[in-house]
Write a protein that binds this ligand. Structure first.
Ligand SMILES: Cc1ncc(COP(=O)(O)O)c(C=O)c1O
Length: 460
């Protein structure tokens, strides 16, 4: 069958209702697949983010990704402000019926532009280091909305947090509690603390992003929590204000979340029975996002449906610490195909983004959809999409069916907004990519591409 002229293809791509009929009639077999992939992706995911095809071009909100790549180079992280706001608002609405603070988990994405956009919406921050505290304050997040977790807080970090009067420390061990008491004593202040409790519940996610089980380093074991609270209450420089748990990331089921919350609430009841009144109930973050089309993680509203009945009638301020579910689908990594090659058993598409730019596929075997920035008719091929880093583990996708990719062509690695840039490195002395924030028809460079000079800064 004859292929249709390109304008028909483009028209189809921008007209959801009639695409099925036209596609059936005109698109040759292999292209049907690539068309289907891209289009179904767009239809299914369009409710969750603002990256979509218009006239065969992949856009971030109102700007073509190709235009951004031409202006800022590749590899390039592109974030959608509208998506960030949408996801943050989804949490605000979901928990609107109770006193609450949404503390964005900065480890997912700590770019100042992203943080300022969230601060503007009223976000607090969940931090895990002095560096994150510095960034949060600089971006305008009020100290009174900052909670501080992490198993290895140093004296200097504790001092910085106390000096800035953060909302509370989420304390991860009895040793840390003693240290915070000591440092607060030196500074003649009282340190507000919650104990992070490890509820020993399997979150049913990747082991590297599980936290709430005994075998992991996080939190104070449930059994030891009561004596730890009693010890904290006796400390002169500690003000016990809350309780916290976080069981893991990329959670796709709510049952483990519910289980762990029930365990926490039983402890809370016990503490209240002993006259300890806690103001903050921090339920952590962890909601997953849809990386593949068959994943269907719960939305914030579904989480709230589980959480709110369980805490009904309790006089607490709820704290939620989402990271990935706010920023994950709000970002893509745009990369250029440098070369193609075949080993005889595998075909490789070699791109200019590597594991140092986005480590999730190499580290967790994570899946990210990869889409052509310009949709054009072509057959599908099975390839490994690999970066320039000198490691066989440097890949963005393996054995992936993609529309045939030509040298010089741009690809978008989707859902790269969380744990993307923040987990990046300079491995192989590769300067880290630029980051751009798009808002409607406007874009702002929110981090310059690093230069070679940046690579040696600080070295003697
Ligand atoms: C204490 C704490 N809170 C919140 C989060 C955010 O998790 P997510 O990005 O899955 O929402 C993490 C991430 O591991 C965490 O360790």
């Amino acid at each position: 069958m004859l292929a249709p002229p390109i304008w028909i293809y483009n028209f189809v791509a921008s007209t959801i209702d009639c695409q099925r009929a036209l596609k059936k009639a005109f698109i040759p077999e292999p292209e049907k697949d690539s068309f289907d992939r891209a289009f179904s992706y767009m239809v299914k995911k369009s409710s969750m983010h603002y990256f979509s095809y218009k006239h065969g071009e992949l856009y971030a909100e109102g700007i073509p990704l190709a235009e951004l790549a031409a202006k800022f180079g590749t590899p390039l992280y592109v974030y959608s402000a509208k998506t960030l706001r949408r996801h943050f608002t989804a949490y605000e609405k979901a928990f609107g019926a109770v006193p609450h603070i949404i503390c964005f988990a900065m480890k997912a994405n700590s770019n100042s532009g992203v943080l300022s956009a969230l601060a503007h919406e009223g976000s607090g921050a969940d931090i895990v280091s002095g560096g994150e505290l510095f960034r949060a304050l600089k971006a305008g997040i009020p100290a009174g909305k900052i909670v501080y977790a992490g198993v290895g807080k140093t004296e200097d970090e504790i001092k910085l947090a106390l000096k800035n009067r953060i909302l509370m420390f989420n304390v991860e061990s009895a040793d840390e509690l003693e240290e915070i008491d000591r440092v607060a004593g030196l500074m003649r202040v009282k340190a507000p603390v919650a104990l992070r409790v490890n509820p020993d519940v399997d979150p049913r996610t990747h082991p590297y992003i599980s936290t709430g089980m005994k075998k992991y380093k996080f939190g104070i074991p449930l059994k030891e929590a009561l004596p730890a609270y009693e010890a904290a209450a006796r400390m002169k420089n500690i003000n016990v204000v809350g309780i916290q748990k976080h069981i893991g990331s990329q959670l796709t089921e709510l049952e483990p979340f519910k289980d762990s919350l029930n365990r926490l609430l039983a402890l809370l009841d016990l503490l209240e029975g002993r006259g300890m009144k806690l103001k903050y109930l921090d339920i952590g973050g962890g909601l997953g996002i849809r990386y593949t089309e068959d994943e269907n993680p719960p939305a914030p509203a579904e989480l709230a449906k589980v959480v709110l009945p369980l805490i009904k009638g309790r006089d607490v301020t709820l704290i939620v610490e989402p990271g990935r579910s706010i920023v994950g689908n709000a970002g893509v990594l745009v990369t250029k195909c440098l070369y193609r090659k075949s080993s005889g058993v595998k075909d490789f598409v070699i791109v200019d983004a590597g594991m140092n730019d986005l480590v999730r596929p190499s580290l967790y075997g994570a899946h990210h959809d990869i889409l052509p920035v310009r949709k054009a008719k072509r057959p599908l091929e099975k390839v490994d999409v690999v970066g320039p880093v000198c490691e066989s583990g440097d890949f963005l996708a393996r054995d992936r069916q993609l529309p045939a990719t030509a040298r010089g062509e741009l690809l978008a690695v989707m859902s790269a907004g969380a744990y993307g840039f923040t987990m990046g490195s300079n491995y192989n002395s590769r300067p880290r990519p630029a980051e751009v924030l798009v808002d409607g028809d406007e874009c702002r460079l929110v981090r310059k591409r690093e230069t070679y000079r940046d690579l040696t800064r600080g070295e003697m």
